[in-house]
Design a protein around this ligand. Structure first.
Ligand SMILES: [Zn+2]
Length: 364
């Protein structure tokens, strides 16, 4: 059996046009289009040819219908024709992550989502409210990936092929998801995570606001969340010099540019000082990258899960097999973490009656 939505999903995941995939599978474009639109059913041989061209197991194309991730969940920097295909590839990856998450929640009790949604307050106020709800006090935020995971947000990495997307997030069935591009500096990764938290909190389930205004709000939220006003005002003198900023960015583990921006926002740098600071930082290479940056933050949930799975004789390969996806697809969601692929023990497939509970403790 072939599932139309799955043929489309796998094709979009590979960023292939109908024409290209039809060529690769040696079938006509019309037939392929008919299969995707449920106007015709491929024979078993044809389905196998399509699966092979896609690099997905045939079983993937025959599994249950999948739901698409809505396009407004993913904000792109440039909307061009190529980026449209890439956007679909990224959304298809998110759809696979949802299936992985469903598989996990059937076996483990993951942290319950505790992410508030505030439509009304300013991004600054919303950031303070989340900080207070999560009992973070007034100091630097801990490891952002751990923090989001601890509050029930499912955090996955984006496959590194798609550099055009920094990060994105959405709510699905009351579960918040965040996807992060791991190719950026560690500081940028923290900012992206806080930015996506901002979208989840301020723009909520329906995402009524999109575009530059929503991006500005999410950035303001991230800035306030990572660099709390009281802490910054207490530590940073007005008119801070570039060397002071470079030293202080380690306190909040943010980029030098992000700190300069925050100082300007809080009135600690004048317009002129801010412009001059940005110019100097750019000359030193701080616009494109973060010299001497921190390490990327990664998941705490995934290593814990795979430790538990190993006891059941499972490893990433056996999980990918059950999800009917190539192992590379599963790996691309897991921050480049590698989990030992030991031979499965004889306990394979056995699951205990009670689901293990995962506890996540955010740490630095
Ligand atoms: Zn955004």
């Amino acid at each position: 059996m072939a599932t139309p939505s799955r043929i489309r999903l796998a094709r979009e995941r590979r960023a292939l046009t109908l024409t290209r995939l039809a060529q690769m599978a040696g079938i006509s474009q019309q037939s392929l289009s008919n299969y995707e639109n449920a106007h015709a059913i491929p024979t078993r041989e044809t389905l196998e040819k399509i699966a092979e061209a896609l690099g997905f197991p045939p079983a993937f194309l025959g599994a249950d219908e999948v739901e698409e991730v809505p396009s407004k969940a993913v904000a792109f920097r440039a909307r061009t024709k190529t980026s449209m295909r890439k956007q679909k590839a990224v959304r298809a990856q998110a759809a696979l992550a949802i299936e992985f998450n469903d598989w996990l929640t059937a076996r483990f009790t993951l942290p319950e989502p505790s992410v508030p949604t505030y439509g009304k307050p300013s991004p600054e106020a919303a950031a303070e409210m989340v900080r207070s709800m999560w009992e973070l006090g007034d100091t630097a935020a801990p490891n952002m990936v751990h923090l989001l995971e601890a509050h029930g947000i499912r955090v996955f990495s984006l496959d590194t092929e798609h550099q055009e997307v920094d990060a994105f997030s959405f709510w699905r069935d009351s579960v918040p998801y965040v996807f992060l591009n791991t190719a950026k500096s560690g500081e940028r990764g923290r900012f992206d995570a806080a930015h996506e938290l901002g979208h989840l909190v301020i723009h909520g389930h329906e995402r009524p606001l999109n575009g530059p205004e929503a991006e500005r709000e999410a950035n303001q939220f991230a800035s306030a969340f990572l660099m709390p006003r009281a802490d910054v005002v207490a530590r940073m003198p007005a008119g801070s010099q570039v060397d002071q900023i470079l030293k202080a960015k380690a306190i909040w583990r943010v980029s030098a540019m992000a700190l300069a921006h925050r100082l300007h926002d809080l009135g600690l740098l004048t317009d002129w000082q801010y412009r001059s600071t940005c110019r100097q930082l750019a000359e030193m290479g701080y616009r494109r990258s973060e010299p001497d940056g921190i390490r990327r933050e990664t998941s705490q949930v995934l290593p814990k899960i795979f430790t538990l799975l190993r006891r059941q004789g499972q490893n990433p390969a056996t999980v990918a097999e059950q999800l009917h996806i190539p192992l590379t697809e599963l790996n691309s969601l897991m921050f480049g973490l590698s989990f030992t692929s030991q031979q499965g023990s004889n306990m394979r497939g056995k699951t205990s009656a009670r689901k293990p509970v995962l506890r996540i403790v955010p740490s630095k």
